[in-house]
Design a protein around this ligand. Sequence first.
Ligand code: HEM
Length: 154
Amino acid sequence: MNYFLIAHNILRWAVLLFGLWTLLNALTGVFSKRSFTAGDNRTNLLFMTFCDIQLLIGLVLYFNGMWFDRVKSSMGEVMKNPMERFFAVEHALMMIIAWLLVHIGRSMVKRSGIDAQKHKRSLIYFGLAIVIIIAMIPWPFKAAGIARQWFPQF
Ligand code: HEM
């Protein structure tokens, strides 16, 4: 049993929960022009923390599993096979971009002293990150070979 894969599967729900919560906070912040609260800060901090954990586990899966070996030995074949390309290239790369957006977003939000600007920056950076994350999760309804379960199978 691969405990890293189980953890990676389950933690996607924590990333999604705090990501969508952060996005909702940003939307209500921008449209109702409310102040930026400690609650807003806490929610996006948890979003970032779960993204960090997910990245670390993802890197373990990538370098300990067959994906990195496949990229090293047969990149041409990997790129021609949609299933292999998804895990070996697209999923990993796009999730790292989303993770970067979350980190840049948090520092941009911290750096601003104006609440309206904090909400606007949250909406742009965290919003973009959550869209990428949702698009790149191997949902059960994705193509055969890419599709994975909603929850880990024991
Ligand atoms: C927010 C970020 C991420 C989310 C939400 C996410 C989500 C997922 C999910 C739901 C799976 C399917 C798990 C299963 O088969 O039960 C998966 C698989 C995988 N993820 Fe991620 N992931 C993220 C980031 C990353 C990153 C940054 C990497 C690598 C650098 C990565 C590498 C992998 C690999 C290699 C697999 C396939 C493992 C295998 O079946 O051999 N993930 N990911």
